[in-house]
Design a protein around this ligand. Structure first.
Ligand SMILES: C[S@@+](CC[C@H](N)C(=O)[O-])C[C@H]1O[C@@H](n2cnc3c(N)ncnc32)[C@H](O)[C@@H]1O
Length: 273
């Protein structure tokens, strides 16, 4: 019997005899039983288990392969090849690694409490794992990725989620029909793959993403961040700074987590376009 099944307990629990009253087996309404200290420590979002570090090695191997293929065949072919070689190139959905799942939960927790979104866009959605989380907070979610192979996996994984759909597209060439259609745009671990990632491109990108948002819309950026001396982390810092300095956005909050950086930005409606 699984935990979710309802029915009699397989072994009846003997009554507790003695002076101390037994713990009620059913918590009082509104009072969940508090997990033990060890469980709470293990569930702490900042805890990274040693095995989670192998996840970063898997990612580094994928990134190296993408670099090699990109040099010979271009960026899109490189991402297609990554998702053809593996159904989970960054081991984001592999249950043995908890880091990535927690990261999605932490990213979702950065969204304003209780706010529900009408229409969200997940740019560079990959397997659509974050898109699935978004589907719980949004009336409709669109995931866009440059790799058709990624979307094949994403659609299979999201079968049965009616408010989530995926389309193939390059975030550098998004159709203008999408403009103003979203009250939330999320871009996670995607922008640092753009190459060359110069200041002009970042400026154009922040303006393009602002165009996608409806007035009052929010943009949430999340990018891996180890420590300032690391070259990749410096690229993430540069991306977040470019959006923060854009006259199209104002920073609502910035968050350093193990091991990523997240910035929540408001589309500025007073900006002179
Ligand atoms: C590391 S994965 C991140 C996937 C997802 N955002 C997540 O957090 O699970 C990076 C994704 O960016 C996509 N990507 C890279 N360049 C892109 C572009 N120019 N337009 C759209 N997607 C792109 C890749 O295909 C890949 O799925």
């Amino acid at each position: 019997m699984t935990q979710d099944q309802i029915g009699p307990a397989p072994h009846p629990v003997p009554p507790v005899v003695g002076r101390r009253s037994p713990q009620p087996s059913v918590p009082a309404p509104g009072r969940e039983p508090r997990p033990g200290l060890v469980r709470r420590l293990l569930d702490h979002p900042a805890l990274i288990l040693p095995r989670d570090f192998t996840l970063f090695l898997v990612g580094a191997r994928t990134d190296a392969a993408i670099e090699r293929t990109r040099a010979a065949h271009g960026a899109r072919a490189a991402f297609e090849a990554a998702y053809t070689r593996s159904s989970d190139p960054w081991a984001s959905a592999t249950p043995r690694y908890r880091y990535q799942q927690r990261k999605y939960e932490q990213i979702m927790a950065l969204l304003p409490d209780r706010q529900r979104f009408r229409s969200a866009l997940d740019l560079g959605c990959g397997l659509g794992l974050l898109s699935q989380h978004l589907a719980g907070r949004c009336d409709a979610v669109l995931g866009i990725d440059v790799a058709a192979a990624a979307l094949c996996h994403a659609r299979t994984r999201a079968a049965g989620i009616p408010n989530l759909r995926f389309e193939q597209g390059d975030l550098l060439h998004l159709p203008t029909e999408l403009d103003g259609r979203f009250d939330l745009v999320v871009v996670a671990d995607t922008l640092y793959y753009l190459s060359p990632l110069g200041d002009d491109l970042l400026k154009a990108l922040s303006a393009r993403i602002a165009d996608l948002l409806a007035p009052g819309g929010l943009c949430l950026l999340a990018n891996h961040f180890f420590f300032t001396a690391d070259a990749d982390s410096r690229r993430s810092r540069r991306i977040h700074d470019a959006f923060a300095w854009s006259h199209r956005f104002s920073v609502r909050s910035e968050h350093r987590r193990a091991f990523f950086l997240a910035t929540l930005l408001d589309r500025r409606d007073d900006a002179c376009l």
